[in-house]
Design a protein around this ligand. Sequence first.
Ligand code: SF4
Length: 399
Amino acid sequence: MTDQAALQSVLDRAAAGGRITKEEALDLYRHAPLHALGQAADAVRRRRYAGTEHIATYIIERNINYTNVCVTACKFCAFYAAPKDEKKGWSRDLEDILRRCAETVELGGTQIMFQGGHHPDYGVEYYEEHFAAIKKAFPQLVIHSLGASEVEHMARISGVTAEEAIARIHAAGLDSFAGAGAELLPERPRTAIAPLKESGERWLEIMEIAHRLGVESTSTMLMGTGETNAERIEHIAMIRDTQDRTGGFRAFIPYTYQPENNKLKGRTQATIFEYLRMIAIARLFLDNIAHIQGSWLTVGKEAGQLSLHYGADDLGSIMLEENVVSSAGAKHRSNRQEIIDLIRKAGRTPAQRATTYEHLLVHGDPANDPADDRVVSHISSTAIEGGTAHPELKLISTN
Ligand code: SF4
């Protein structure tokens, strides 16, 4: 279907709340004019958030990379060290991790994302011990971390089922899964970039178990490692099918592959246009997922800002630390005030959100509500811009 009238009719149906098929999504992704995609996706966003459609959200979190030692050796990854590579490999001890949590709380963060390699010695017990210690010391911090890949790995190490692993780490303190490891779910592109990871079907199966056990999650997609347009659409179709059964995915977050320092070097990144098209298609096709997140650590601030006009309602996190995509070449940095300004310049009202997307603080217009911005700049000056109290911290933004 390349007839523009036919494409517009599908866009109109989607904008009015109708479901579109996988084939229609692929046609739109390939052939619909970019502005028409954005217009339809924005209409869907506005209808879903009628009454608060003027708001775009962000969250403050810290990404705690607990180890880079990993047995899975994904070809796109610039972060990991093989277990025998003692020069490159490192792990943080619990004291170091708790110090990072303390700084997160002190700097206004509400969430931590535990993210690391598949360490050959870290089974369920490791995560139980660490999550319990974090929750005991900082019950106010939400542990939004890991994903199906980590569950598969830790269950194998401990000789238990995925169901038992999830139940145990949830009981120890894990609140929700970050959706790590989804990469590309269809078999061909997944095997090409992460041959040792579990299959896409298994990734979804584990997320389904988690959702059934009451552990919700986000979902992600890595774009630009050589997958076809049809495989991109297949990826979101697999997520939509699972979501129809579970309702446990809170958000969908596409992000672009960073080409430095890894074994896929030389492959092309997804362009900004491809990225914006995917944000819009996600809003139109994933009619059962509430939040679509612009990930501007990988695509840049302007593209992140534009994503708010292509169906995204959230700009993700201002991070106190990030090492994984930065290792692969993501160079975009920002701070809280900058995100607030970006959202305002996109014509939206910024709001700090919780992990579960409730609004914690809706920022007023500084012209009308100067007190509101005084709160913001107080936090910015000490944490976000690297004040003397925490000189080692970088506050940057990613998903
Ligand atoms: S992406 Fe994760 S699982 Fe894959 S090599 Fe890197 S750290 Fe290991």
